[in-house]
Structure formats: structure tokens, C-alpha cells
Design a protein around this ligand. Structure first.
Ligand SMILES: [Zn+2]
Ligand SMILES: [Zn+2]
Length: 354
């Protein structure tokens, strides 16, 4: 078992944040913990698209150790972490995007509001993340995990699964209604198809190419629409009975996807923004479009701890089986480039060696 703050760990460290970023695998010291924190020895970490966005410098400064989908066990407890805490030494836990929040602002005090706190700190952004053997976590924010499911099925839920599951709840569509997932073949999309089907929704998967079609169909999408061929909006409307879909979740980081999504909606439809478009791209919509059809536009960011417990329960019951490719942390320099080129279907989970 690791000693707090002594020894070294293997980490994939970010250099040259920006368009020519790179990860270099090296040994760095194991961090020390404050009284309210715990040290988690990680067995795996998921790779999230936002890690790539951070590395590319598209959303401001970040740490050199990214990563926010970690699964592991607690190996050291801070002196102020009481025996009444929900976690203890050796507890199996998950580490997500939120490291901590101020806990006292008007946003934090709202139900499920903490993830919107303006003073929040995130793993990989303000404090080191999970692309290392160990991570320091605030004891109040560490997520207890069930013992049953394998590590590689739980890691993708901590950000990707949680995000898309919460967005599906937020979109308001009910069982039997048509929804559209734009970017259905990626990490969020492959999880989204499974959650949506488990929730009784009818799924139109939009992505590009035959490979993504095979993946989306295998996971249960009712209809696949290839955005590289023909009139995407017309095809989606036809598939959803002519009037348009009840909801569209934009998971792709593309302005085009946003502007097509709004056209795919029927009356009282909801567009949920999840993907971060490239610089200079945005959603442009005339207010009359919203007025005439009663359309709502909203956004969704990760989810609450309740949402996470629900999202994990689908995996525990075997209803959602994340499509994962397990690789090693040492391969991150290569994998990050593959992700940048859009070559990855499903989620990549990186194994840590100890
Ligand atoms: Zn706050
Ligand atoms: Zn993420």
C-alpha cells in the first residue's frame, strides 16, 4: 500500500497546451493530502473528449495531469475525514470532474446546483486529475462505487455516462417518443444510445460513415442517419414520423450539428447542448423558430451525485454495457492523436500499472 506523499507514480503529463500539445509518460511524486482529502490509488481512468479540449487549450488554462474518469481504492485518509464518512480505507470509489465547490454560494445551495458553482475546482483543470497512478480527492466529493461491475465499465460513467444520462433526463422526452443523438458513434453517443433505449425512447443516431453505423445499430439505435450523405434534417424528420423529434442531444463538437439539430425538432421539442463547438462556430436560431414551435434550448453539464448513482445502477444491473477499448496509460500520447482525428468509436479506458 502506498505511503502518502512518498515515492513516485507513473503519469501521462501534458506539455505545450495548444494546437501542438503532447503527452509524455514520466515518473512524478505521489502527492500529499490535506486533512479533508483522501488519496485514491487508481486502477483505470477513462479518456473524455473534454480532456482533449483542455489539452488543445480551447477552454483556458489547465493542469499538466488531466483526466476525470478514475476508478480505484482509497489508500490514505486525511486527519479530518471522520469515521462517519461514507468512504474509508480500501473503499472502491470513482473520481469525476468536480474536485470541490465553495459550498456556500446561492448556486451551491440550490438542489443539484453544485456542479454550476462559479468557484468550483475540477480534476485536470484546477487540481491534478486521473492520468496518474494516484489522485487527491476531496472526501465530500468522492463517489462510492459498487463492488460488482468491472473497472472498465464504471470509469466511462463518471463523466461521459453521467453527462449523457443527465442530458436525457433533462430533454424531457418520454418512453415511446423519438429523440436524436448527434454524434451517436462517439464516447457519449454510444453510452447515450444504451441509456435512451433503457429509458424506452426511440433513437435516431446521427454520425458519419459505415463504421459508426455498425456500432450504433449494434447498440440498439432504431434508425441511423449518415450526415455525410444527403439531407440529414429531412431524413430525421421522415424517420420521426414527419413532424420532427421530441428532443435532440448535440453530443458532437460541431456548429453544423447544432444548426441542423434545431431544424430536426417538432413542436415543443428540446435541444440539449452537450458538445463544445470548435472556435468560431455556434448555434444561430431566429427567435421566431422558438416562438412558433415552442422549442426550448438548454444545456447540460455532467450531473448530480443522485444522477451518478442512477447511471451506475444501470451498469450494475447489466442494462448498460459501455463499449470500451482498454489500453494502457503509457499509450495515451498515441491515443490522444487518434481521438483528435475522430478515429475512436466508444470510450477508451486506460489501465494504470502499479
Ligand atoms: Zn458555490
Ligand atoms: Zn468529461
Amino acid at each position: 500500500m502506498a505511503q502518502t506523499g512518498s515515492g513516485t507514480q507513473t503519469a501521462a503529463v501534458l506539455f505545450n497546451q495548444g494546437s501542438d500539445f503532447k503527452f509524455i509518460v514520466q515518473n512524478i511524486p505521489i502527492p500529499t493530502i490535506e486533512p479533508s482529502e483522501v488519496l485514491v490509488q487508481l486502477s483505470v481512468t477513462g479518456l473524455c473528449h473534454s480532456d482533449l479540449v483542455l489539452a488543445q487549450g480551447l477552454v483556458g488554462a489547465c493542469r499538466s495531469v488531466l483526466g476525470h474518469e478514475g476508478v480505484g481504492r482509497i489508500v490514505a485518509l486525511g486527519s479530518a475525514v471522520s469515521s462517519y464518512s461514507s468512504v474509508t480505507l480500501n473503499s472502491r470509489v470513482g473520481v469525476g470532474w468536480l474536485h470541490d465547490t465553495c459550498g456556500s454560494c446561492s448556486i451551491c445551495l440550490r438542489e443539484s446546483g453544485r456542479r454550476h458553482c462559479l468557484a468550483q475546482r475540477n480534476h485536470g483543470r484546477h487540481v491534478d486529475g486521473t492520468f496518474a497512478g494516484y489522485v487527491v480527492v476531496n472526501a465530500a466529493f468522492v463517489q462510492p462505487l459498487p463492488e460488482g461491475p468491472p473497472d472498465e465499465f464504471l470509469a466511462p460513467i463518471l463523466c461521459g455516462g453521467l453527462t449523457v444520462y443527465t442530458a436525457l433526463k433533462r430533454c424531457g422526452a418520454r418512453a415511446g417518443q423519438w429523440i436524436v443523438l448527434l454524434g451517436a458513434g462517439g464516447g457519449l453517443g454510444t453510452l447515450g444510445i444504451q441509456y435512451a433505449k433503457a429509458m424506452g425512447l426511440l433513437v435516431i443516431a446521427v454520425d458519419g460513415g459505415k463504421e459508426k453505423e455498425a456500432v450504433a445499430t449494434k447498440l440498439g439505435a432504431d434508425v441511423y442517419v449518415d450526415f455525410t450523405e444527403g439531407d440529414v434534417v429531412a431524413k430525421v424528420k421522415e424517420a420521426s414520423g414527419g413532424d420532427g423529434a421530441s428532443a435532440a442531444l448535440v453530443l458532437a463538437g460541431s456548429g453544423r450539428a447544432y444548426n441542423e439539430a434545431i431544424e430536426m425538432l417538432g413542436a415543443f421539442g428540446t435541444l440539449v447542448a452537450v458538445g463544445i463547438p470548435k472556435p468560431g462556430e455556434s448555434l444561430e436560431v431566429h427567435p421566431l423558430k422558438l416562438i412558433d414551435l415552442g422549442i426550448q434550448v438548454t444545456g447540460s453539464l455532467t450531473g448530480s451525485l443522485t444522477d451518478l448513482n442512477e447511471a451506475v445502477a444501470f451498469v450494475e444491473r447489466g442494462i448498460v454495457k459501455p463499449l470500451v477499448e482498454v489500453r494502457s496509460l503509457e499509450q495515451l500520447p498515441l491515443i490522444a492523436k487518434e481521438m483528435e482525428e475522430g478515429k475512436i468509436s466508444g470510450k477508451v479506458v486506460l489501465k494504470h500499472r502499479h
